[in-house]
Design a protein around this ligand. Structure first.
Ligand code: TYM
Length: 337
């Protein structure tokens, strides 16, 4: 990630609490990248509109998520931090790209299938087309790398396909096909504490399935103590974790949280049961989350300062987005080149 002209763009929906999956899969990786390359990070409030929302709550959630990102280490002096509805070019480019994307491509998006569930006919059109808005979010800034968890990979590949088709259809070299930039180990996909086969998610009805940034130290320890496991002791060889998804997940979380490899973690805990491992895991997770939670509590108190930070970020983002949108309009014959 260090050489060449690289630009990083990524976003997060400002709904629900930030959880350990978001932190390990995205945010803490963003924090590391902002020292290496130009980065833009945004709160995807337009994405939040794809399902039923409470407008008063949404306003608060945008500030809350901005505070959570800053508390986690996103520095608005280094990175451009903004709310995506404050940059109308996202919506305009999304419309343009809806005319490039094919229905067949969107039909393959697994997140729409998961999120619409049995009520597909009643889902909003926005829920269906939102991967195209996500493509606009990325292509608008000519991002080369998009740091995300594994669940977003298909959307980034769609953005690539849209970029290539637009460039080919209109014989331009305008959009940069982006690369998904997915972390290794647990960072790719942190799994639920209740079921090692499903990802940790804000939409899981069980609070015990995830660790939230707002959880107290005791709550974190309790959730880890109650996490589903098996009766076997921990093995020496990581290969022997196959078929033990819950054990693999907890080890991967320990490794990602401490920066160690799974091999190193196993070298320390091999032969021991979860009774010994879980308290050690709880300590590392608390050590990661407690200082972020404390900073979040302070940042929350000054909502106006958060608004100022986001407004300044949006101004920078608008200036960066304008040339790409102008080039797209010209390529389409909407304006003269
Ligand atoms: P969202 O808000 O669902 O998630 C934000 C980021 O957290 C990652 N993530 C995880 N990583 C590992 N394990 C997990 N259990 C886990 N759960 C969530 C997600 O992969 C993501 O990186 N559509 C996006 C937001 C978005 C976006 C974009 C992202 C809008 N426009 C443009 C990148 C580029 C979303 O709903 O993420």
């Amino acid at each position: 990630m260090s050489e060449g002209a690289k630009r990083v763009v990524s976003g997060i929906q400002p709904t629900g609490d930030l959880h350990l999956g978001n932190l390990l899969g995205a945010i803490l990786r963003w924090v590391r990248m902002q020292d290496e390359v130009e980065c833009l990070f945004f709160l995807a409030d337009l994405h939040a509109l794809t399902v039923d929302i409470d407008p008063a709550a949404l306003r608060g959630q945008v500030r809350e998520m901005a505070a959570a990102l800053i508390a986690s280490g996103i520095d608005p002096q280094k990175s451009v931090l903004f709310t995506h509805s404050a940059v109308p070019a996202h919506s305009e480019l999304a419309w343009i790209l809806q005319c490039t994307a094919r229905v067949g491509w969107l039909n393959r998006m697994t997140q729409f299938k998961e999120k619409s569930g049995k009520s597909r006919e009643g889902a909003s059109v926005g829920l269906y087309t939102y991967p195209v808005l996500q493509a606009a979010d990325i292509l608008l800034y000519k991002a080369t790398h998009v740091p995300v968890g594994d669940d977003q990979k298909q959307h980034i590949e769609l953005a690539r396909d849209i970029a290539i088709k637009f460039n080919t259809d209109f014989d331009v070299e305008l959009f940069v096909p982006p690369e998904p930039f997915i972390g290794g180990g647990a960072a790719a996909r942190v799994m639920s504490l209740r079921d090692g086969n499903v990802k940790m998610s804000k939409s899981d009805p069980s609070e015990m399935s995830r660790i939230n940034l707002s959880d107290s130290d005791d709550m974190i320890a309790q959730k880890i103590r109650k996490a589903k496991t098996d009766p076997e002791p921990l093995p020496e060889d990581p290969e022997l974790l196959a078929g033990r998804p819950e054990a693999r997940n907890l080890l991967a979380i320990y490794a990602a949280t401490t920066g160690a490899s799974v091999e190193q973690v196993l070298a320390r805990f091999a032969g021991q049961g979860f009774g010994a491992f879980k308290p050690a895991l709880a300590d590392t997770v608390v050590e990661l989350i407690a200082p972020i939670r404390q900073r979040l509590q302070q940042l929350r108190e000054d909502g106006e300062e958060l608004d100022r930070i986001l407004a300044a970020g949006a101004e920078r983002a608008r200036a960066m987005a304008a040339p790409t949108l102008a080039q797209a309009r010209a390529a389409l014959g909407l304006t003269r080149a």
